[in-house]
Design a protein around this ligand. Structure first.
Ligand SMILES: C[S@@+](CC[C@H](N)C(=O)[O-])C[C@H]1O[C@@H](n2cnc3c(N)ncnc32)[C@H](O)[C@@H]1O
Length: 301
């Protein structure tokens, strides 16, 4: 599977459209353009004076977004670039300040089933996890080369799995006889470590979910990138401009929550969402990926 036929359903679109009203000449930065679903939603309301600057670290996603956004009236500038470099990249376009920054974190549905991404524990594929293929270290490098204690720490810190020591021990024991190169192999080792065979009735999630999350965060440096994006946003937003972040796990959501709070304390932001907005049951039924989404919005003062 290469994921190119898998459609990504953007989450919380109605809420976003209801909360954020952009003038027709607005400049929006979509820090994670993906398949362009959210950008299309806002882009439809922009005129020829408006612009979308879209970032993604996955070239394939950018190609799809370009196709989806091709008929919009506004300018569309797509960048194969990490959002950690948002300020520099926006300024390179001769743009000083923007009206809206949107970041819909994580990965697209198409990337989850793409064998080249190597992200899925539900489909067997090479254990890679680099969303940006310019990165050097794969998940296979980490599981085969990291010492047991550091591996356990990584699974605990980024996956919040209390069984991290046991999982690391099983990984290290396994790799003594053969390298771990496939997602299916790793998922099986984690299941064995936890004494589980797959999704259990008691738990909502597959036993390998947290280990895979930890490795993906480590491979793609996800939390550091998010911190840089959040740190750049106040300097980039116009007065009354908005930042909206959709996160899919508590480590990301905590970073966003604390950043917005700190900026509100310093009179830089006004928080629009006192509590994060989550999708309703109806949206979750239509789009399972939405179940863990949390949206936070702040406005520059
Ligand atoms: C959940 S998808 C976004 C979907 C998009 N909102 C849509 O409606 O189609 C997240 C996207 O962010 C990209 N991404 C993840 N980390 C990134 C980063 N640090 N910089 C730029 N893009 C990133 C992924 O490649 C993926 O395409």
């Amino acid at each position: 599977m290469n994921g190119s036929t898998v459609e990504h359903i953007p989450v919380l679109t109605e809420t976003l459209a209801g909360q954020i009203n952009l003038p027709m000449d607005a400049v929006m930065v979509d820090a994670t353009i993906g398949q362009g679903g959210h950008s299309f939603l806002f882009g439809r309301t922009l005129g020829p004076e408006g612009a979308i600057i879209g970032f993604d670290i996955d070239k394939k996603a950018l190609r799809r977004a370009q196709f989806i956004l091709k008929d919009l009236a506004c300018k569309v500038i797509l960048q194969h670039c990490n959002f950690s470099r948002i300020s520099e990249q926006v300024h390179n376009q001769g743009i000083d300040k923007v009206d809206f920054i949107l970041a819909d974190l994580g990965v697209c549905s198409a990337q989850l089933v793409d064998v080249k991404m190597g992200l899925s524990f539900l489909h067997d594929m090479p254990l890679d996890m680099r969303i940006d293929k310019r990165l050097k270290t794969t998940a296979a490098d980490i599981v085969n080369k990291t010492d047991e204690k550091s591996l356990a720490d990584l699974i605990y810190k980024f996956g919040q799995d209390r069984a991290s020591r046991r999982i690391a021990r099983f990984i290290v024991r396994h790799r003594e006889s053969e390298s771990i190169t496939r997602t299916g192999q790793l998922a099986e080792i984690v299941c064995k470590a936890l004494g589980k065979t797959g999704r259990s009735r008691k738990s909502r999630i597959h036993p390998a979910t947290r280990t895979f999350q930890a490795l993906r965060i480590a491979v793609n440096n996800e939390l550091e990138n998010l911190k840089k994006l959040l740190a750049s946003a106040p300097g980039l937003l116009k007065k009354n401009g908005y930042i909206a972040v959709i996160s899919y796990h508590s480590l990301e959501d905590r970073l966003v929550k604390n950043d917005f709070k700190q900026n509100e304390k310093e009179n830089i932001y006004r928080i629009i969402t006192k509590k994060p907005i989550v999708p309703g049951q109806e949206e979750i039924i239509k789009n399972r990926r939405a179940r863990s989404a949390k949206l936070r919005i702040a406005q520059k003062q």
